[in-house]
Design a protein around this ligand. Sequence first.
Ligand code: COA
Length: 261
Amino acid sequence: MSYETISIERKPEGYVVLTLNRPDKLNALNIQLLDELREAIAEVSRDESIRGVIITGAGEKAFAAGADIAELNRLDGSTGREYSERGQRVFSMIEQLDRPVIAAVNGFALGGGCELAMACHIRLASEKARFGQPEVNLGIIPGFGGTQRLTRLVGPARSAEYNLTGDMIDAATADRIGLANHVYPPDQLMAKAEEMMLKILAKGPLAVRKTLEAVVASVDATIDDGLAIEAEKFGECCGTEDFKEGTLAFLEKRPAGFTGR
Ligand code: COA
């Protein structure tokens, strides 16, 4: 499929780099972009040969500076809820994808941009990154998961502060409070994201998927339900060739050759 507001580069190592591509609007998420993102993630989901996704923003300044405010301005009491749910569905698809999604946050990640980054499994940030939920400045609240995922990531008090003040969160602070996994100089960000992706792709693909499924499920599960999911996935892994190969390779003191079976 061809896209206008995003671009997808397929890497020979088996992952894709998905770039939000409206740099003149700081990659603001308009409806077309959200629809294209949904299609792209659905495409990845169907294509078993794609084993991971890195999401980043085009240009020097932004990952994504939020939902498109020109479009927001046209919403009213009868259309706002559906708009919010539409964005939420796309971001939940990302979170539920059973392949690793790494956000390489290269600049502003505000509003919907912060919410998109938070739907990814791992966030790597450039020193120039600025996170935040400034919706309150516009007379609305976050609509693509910001009140929920920020709270889960940094706790209710910090989430309340950032959602209520709209303050930007610099990269060092994001790192400290657990919003960013790591911070790198801007010119190293993509190389570091690719390095982490390759490290993950060298593991057994089935174990990677089942790990992700269990980790993502843990967010909403009770400890007993989460442990039940873990035991189920663990059992499934034990039935795979990759498990036999991984354990045998250790015992034979050689690198494992995983096949994804
Ligand atoms: N929606 C629509 N357009 C946006 C946008 C958004 N969320 N964020 C930036 N843009 C557009 C600007 O309107 C401008 O377009 P123009 O050149 O046609 O006038 C262009 O992107 C560049 O933005 P600009 O504001 O000139 O850049 P800046 O470096 O001075 O400021 C920001 C950067 C991020 C601080 C500022 O753009 C901003 O506050 N954006 C909105 C952030 C926000 O509230 N997001 C939450 C939305 S729910």
